[in-house]
Design a protein around this ligand. Structure first.
Ligand code: SD4
Length: 329
């Protein structure tokens, strides 16, 4: 009989056979690195981009002491939000085209409880406001002024998020931009972080200042449950980075989780979602999208439209960055 584990193993092997020759990691290395088809690995935390290393470190401290994945994902991404040198998340994030830093974030736990804030200004840690929305209200999402009022009521402090560095970058951009927004091309985009704790519970968090120089009022995928993040404890969790509009169009993270439910490995599911993004867009110029996913066996994977995407992983025995495979160079 074909067990689910065997099925995952078979499909994972099937998928590596069709990897493009431009990818440097061998099949065996990829299986090793992504824990494909091995025993359950927990706790584990994975997160997008290089800034994921510092975020994972803090998550890991909690997870390794038996802490919950929910506490771990919140604590992890707060590190990135509070780093003023990171120009795409929290304080220091690049502003919209009118000079306002507006933040999007969401969080989801193993019981499908979730909270989100969007278009939030002047609050350093939107992920913690999102958690309060989840835990202290009947709602899932608060936006703009209402989200800020809620945060202040909950004791969050008003903070100026526009650093001198980001202000200067915005002023320079205004000189020759024609008001065209850009996805930050530096290697430190949105942070999406997924964790599986000792009790086998999955949670995820996603937080960003969004596309740089976006239209005032624009909200991307990152605070949208099912787009920027999705968790289903029966299956796994996924999150996205890159051009939010493209992720929303395919209900990205929810799709990745559904594909895993139907037997795909995290790697295969991310690849299929990226293929869908590629198929649904005629013009892929500058359209970077990356997904990472973690299933409830602790297997993980990622995939992106263009090369250059990576994610950080932290377990008892493994702590490294993994370069994802990609659809095109
Ligand atoms: C967004 N997905 O707002 C985010 C952007 C991102 O800056 O990942 N990078 O569309």
């Amino acid at each position: 009989m074909k067990t689910r584990r065997n099925f995952i193993k078979l499909t994972a092997l099937g998928s590596v056979a069709v990897l493009t020759s431009s990818c440097s990691t061998s099949e065996k290395e990829l299986e090793e690195k992504t824990n494909a088809s091995k025993k359950v690995v927990k706790p584990i935390v994975i997160s997008t981009w290089n800034h994921g290393i510092a975020a994972n470190e803090v998550s890991w401290k909690l997870l390794s002491k038996g802490g919950s994945s929910l506490d771990a994902v919140e604590a992890g991404v707060r590190v990135t939000e509070s780093d003023p040198n990171n120009s795409s998340v929290g304080i220091g994030g690049l502003p919209d085209r009118d000079g306002f830093v507006t933040l999007d974030a969401c969080i989801m736990n193993h019981e499908n409880e979730c909270g989100a804030v969007a278009f939030l200004q002047d609050i350093e840690n939107p992920i913690s406001v999102a958690r309060k929305v989840m835990e202290d209200t009947q709602h899932v999402m608060l936006v703009g002024e209402g989200a800020k009022q809620f945060a202040l009521e909950k004791g969050f402090k008003e903070t100026n998020l526009l650093t001198e560095k980001s202000k200067k970058a915005w002023e320079k951009w205004k000189e020759h931009s024609n008001y065209q927004p850009t996805i930050n091309s530096e290697n430190h985009d949105t942070i999406g972080l997924l964790a599986l704790d000792e009790n086998g519970n999955l949670s995820g968090a996603c937080t960003t200042s969004g596309m740089a120089y976006k239209l005032h009022g624009r909200v991307g995928d990152s605070p949208i449950i099912g787009a920027g993040l999705f968790v289903d404890n029966e299956v796994g969790a996924a999150c996205a980075t890159g051009m939010g509009e493209a992720v929303i169009r395919i209900a990205g993270s929810a799709i990745v989780v559904e594909l895993m439910r139907n037997g795909m490995s995290p790697y295969e599911a991310c690849k299929e979602a990226v293929n869908r993004v590629v198929k649904k867009h005629k013009d892929l110029t500058g359209l970077q999208v990356g997904f990472i996913a973690l299933n409830n066996y602790g297997e993980h994977g990622g995939y992106s439209v263009y090369s250059g995407f990576n994610y950080a992983i932290h377990t008892k025995t493994q702590k490294e960055m993994i370069d994802t495979k990609f659809n095109r160079k």
